[in-house]
Ligand binder design. Structure first.
Ligand code: GLN
Length: 534
């Protein structure tokens, strides 16, 4: 097994996750199977209860694990399916160690960070590797070198380096190279962060320099000299508008060639699907068709909280060859009264994403009503599906006070908790999470979109359509076209005699890949293009 460990220096938010995902991609293009692992040094057990304001979206894996959004980038870039064991947090590691201590399994020893915690970390990494049939394991250590929290993890990979073969281990350090107002690149922050790494016994083989502009050879030479790496191993990774360009940029800098040489690997094949996809994207940004999609959300100002939706839109747009401009609308702004035309006049489609809680919910319902009554293509996802059910219950089925029991007292809880979920106090893991089959009714828009009767999609919700209300909500034009296997749990709502109105209880955005866009997103954008053309 070959290991590549990616660490970060200077500050967070440098795109370490994208860097690692891109390294994975360029190695995959050469025929290697990759297994990625994300280490999150925070004490939380998982990302499920974390505020999207601080952390960006919570990404959901097939097995239902709620993880950091970097795992979404790995899945999209490397086209892999990951599970909960691919995300290791301090919370997980410590709770396992403490549990073992309570069971007396340490036989009276003093339980310490070294070796007990570091052993637990190494065992977790190796168990993921053993279960996979990958050729290479890529490990991203979250946080910045020097953080207290990441110390045990850096110590664990340091030990692993000594335990594995010399040619099987490689360290990549991602740093920042700022430019002065005079346009001079400064290498000192990089020097300092490499020094911090050296103090921990880790020596980088490759330094990826994040910067505004491309680094020239003299700056690379300086970094190589001060940081004791080869000049060809100093990689310039300047800012780009399109993250999907990053693998090509790293490739051009010779990153893959250097890694292959260091790890003594041969190229097994040449896969250029990614390059072709990026070329389609470039052609698109020069193209002319440009539609506007409104996203009505709660954290609209913080676009990272809807990252997978943004990416799924990009994938579908690349596929159908149109440019998409996103118009972020803060749901609460729709609640103050006044005409909604000012918000939606120029948009060709409205998307209401997932969400939690009462703030902004009525604004989202207004947006749905606007889409429905003005014949604007609409896609509702999860909370967006539930609110669409509420909207049609109120307006079409005339259940005036219909609501979700998540949002307050109501005589008509059309969205409610299932019996089995009531009274659960633990905040983690009470949702219906991960991959579930969805069964699609024949002769519906949903069937046309997917082209099949059974699909697998990811879920993350606590509330459900209340079965007691289905009969009153459904009629000829408004109906549920997808359910779970039992037929009791509603999964898709659609309206016929509308240009496009689809809402899903599941999150199709999590299954979308750059070269395999999600069918509902493709269909939605196609409907937006028709709206644009007409
Ligand atoms: N708040 C809703 C629920 O818990 C929807 C969740 C979501 O949109 N992810 O069911």
């Amino acid at each position: 097994m070959k290991y590549i460990v990616v660490t970060g220096g200077v500050m967070s938010g440098l795109g370490k996750g994208i860097t690692m995902a891109s390294i994975g991609r360029i190695l995959k293009n050469r025929g290697y199977e990759i297994v990625p692992i994300k280490i999150d040094p925070y004490i939380n057990i998982d990302a499920g209860t974390m505020n999207p304001f601080q952390h960006g979206e919570v990404y959901v894996l097939g097995d239902g694990a709620e993880v950091d959004l970097d795992l979404g980038n790995y899945e999209r870039f490397m086209d892999v399916e990951l599970g909960r064991e691919h995300n290791i947090t301090t919370g997980l590691v410590y709770s396992a160690v403490i549990e073992r201590e309570r069971k007396g399994e340490y036989l009276g020893q003093t339980v310490q960070i070294i070796p007990h915690v570091t052993n637990e970390i190494k065992a977790r990494i190796r168990s993921v590797v053993e279960k996979s049939d990958a050729d290479m394991c890529l490990i991203e250590v979250g946080g910045t070198v020097g953080d207290i929290e990441s110390m045990p993890f850096l110590e664990a990979v340091r030990q692993m380096h000594g335990e594995e073969n010399e040619n099987d281990f490689l360290f990549v350090h991602v740093t920042l190279v700022p430019f002065t107002t005079l346009g001079e690149p400064k290498t000192k922050p990089t020097q300092h962060s490499v020094k911090a790494l050296l103090e921990l016994g880790l020596h980088p083989d490759i330094i990826v320099c994040r910067s505004k502009k491309a680094l020239k050879e003299d700056a690379k030479k300086k970094i190589a000299m001060f940081c004791n790496v080869r000049q060809e191993a100093v990689i310039s990774a300047q800012d780009t508008d399109d993250i999907y360009e990053v693998p090509l940029m790293l490739e051009q800098e010779g990153t893959a060639t250097y890694i292959m040489k260091k790890l003594q690997l041969e190229q097994l094949k040449e896969d250029n699907d990614w390059t072709k996809m990026v070329e389609r994207r470039r052609a698109l940004s020069a193209g002319n068709k440009s539609i506007i999609v409104a996203i009505v959300g709660k954290y609209a100002e913080l676009e990272d909280s809807y990252l997978s939706i943004k990416e799924a839109i990009k994938h579908a747009a690349t596929e159908i060859g149109c440019k998409v401009e996103l118009k972020w609308i803060e749901a609460e702004d729709l609640e103050v009264g006044g005409a909604l035309n000012t918000f939606f006049d120029e948009v060709h489609g409205i998307l209401v994403p997932g969400g939690f809680g009462v703030r902004g919910a009525e604004g989202k319902i207004k947006a749905i009503e606007y889409a429905r009554t003005n014949n604007i293509p609409f896609l509702g996802l999860c909370f967006g599906f539930q609110l669409a059910v509420i909207e049609v219950a109120r307006d079409v089925a005339k259940l005036k006070d219909a609501n979700s029991s998540e949002l307050g007292e109501t005589p008509h809880p059309v969205i409610a908790l299932l019996e089995e979920q009531k009274g659960v106090k633990n905040k983690g893991g009470t949702m219906r999470l991960g991959n579930y089959e969805v069964f699609i009714r024949g002769d519906t828009l949903a069937e046309k979109i997917y082209g099949k009767k059974k699909v697998l999609e990811r879920h993350r919700h606590r509330y459900e359509v209340n079965p007691e209300y289905i009969e009153r909500i459904e009629h000829e034009r408004v109906f549920f076209s997808g359910t779970d296997r039992s037929g009791l749990r509603m999964e898709i709502l659609e309206i016929s005699e509308h240009p496009f109105f689809i809402a899903t209880q599941f999150h199709p955005e999590f299954m979308s890949r750059p070269n395999k866009p999600s069918p509902p997103f493709i269909a939605f954008l196609k409907a937006c293009v028709r709206e644009y053309e007409h």
